[in-house]
Design a binder for this molecule. Structure first.
Ligand SMILES: C[S@@+](CC[C@H](N)C(=O)[O-])C[C@H]1O[C@@H](n2cnc3c(N)ncnc32)[C@H](O)[C@@H]1O
Length: 242
């Protein structure tokens, strides 16, 4: 049986990834990100309407719980979602003050009538590479789900996440490790490449894992992030002041 070229490439890249030999790509030009990746992204949200469904919210709850997060864990705390998409996953965390950084936020709000981004305490419709000075040292917890491989400058995003966290604050980052960039995913974030950026940025890597939590895996299907078989996850701490 003859395997299609695409399949052969996929298998070969998977093997290279296992050996840690995939070359990371941590930057893309802002112009290409904006005109290609973000256009692709907006169309995805507009056309699939996946995040419109209650099912999306149920799956979001399952995702957080399977990674060990409790809904009451950040009650009365400031939490931040980087690359929220068109609907707020962060509502999982009861009584938290939720801040969103999402470059398509204004477009989602203007065009998608199900978008609930305005329920957040504050929404910044800018890329996470842009530093928002008023948010420095403000967040107890920052999360980002399936978004960082969609950005254009991983190092800059990580610097800003560090700036936004209070000393001792926690970041949870989950995203796909692609083997090469694609239309909607300009960056190639490998475990090795990311860990170097985290360490250089002053983060303590408390934990990292590959794939989804146990409960979520049982309920995976063909929608959204579920499709991924290559997600990598990090729990990062900004050191408390001495
Ligand atoms: C696949 S969606 C994921 C949305 C949501 N986090 C979820 O889990 O459903 C990726 C999101 O990342 C956003 N994004 C892309 N580049 C970004 C950047 N530079 N800074 C912040 N968010 C970005 C996109 O606009 C998009 O809404």
């Amino acid at each position: 049986m003859k395997l299609p070229k695409k399949k052969i490439r996929y298998i070969a890249e998977g093997l290279l990834a296992q050996m840690g030999l995939i070359k990371p790509k941590l930057k893309e030009s802002r112009e290409s990100w904006e005109s290609v990746a973000q256009e692709f992204e907006f169309e995805y949200h507009e056309n699939t309407r996946y995040s419109e469904t209650d099912y999306y919210i149920e799956k979001s709850k399952l995702l957080f719980s399977s990674f060990g997060f409790d809904p009451g864990q950040f009650s009365d705390k400031v939490i931040m979602d980087i690359g929220s998409g068109s609907r707020l996953k962060g509502k999982y965390f009861n009584k938290a003050k939720l801040i969103v950084i999402e470059p398509l936020a204004n477009r989602y709000l203007e065009n998608l009538d199900w978008s609930d981004l305005n329920d957040a305490s504050a929404v910044y419709s800018v890329p996470a590479e842009e530093l928002i000075v008023e948010l420095m040292d403000s967040a107890d917890f920052i999360f980002s789900i399936n978004a960082l491989d969609h950005c254009y400058d991983f190092g800059k995003v990580m610097q800003n996440i560090y700036e936004y966290l209070k000393p001792g604050g926690l970041a949870f980052l989950s995203f796909d490790m692609h083997y090469h960039s694609t239309l909607g995913h300009p960056l190639v974030l490998t475990d090795k490449g990311c860990q170097a950026v985290f360490q250089e940025g002053g983060f303590i890597i408390e934990r990292h894992s590959k794939g989804f939590g146990e409960e979520f895996r049982k309920h995976r299907d063909i929608n959204g992030y579920d499709l991924s078989s290559t997600c990598i996850n990090y729990w990062l701490r900004k050191p408390a002041k001495a």
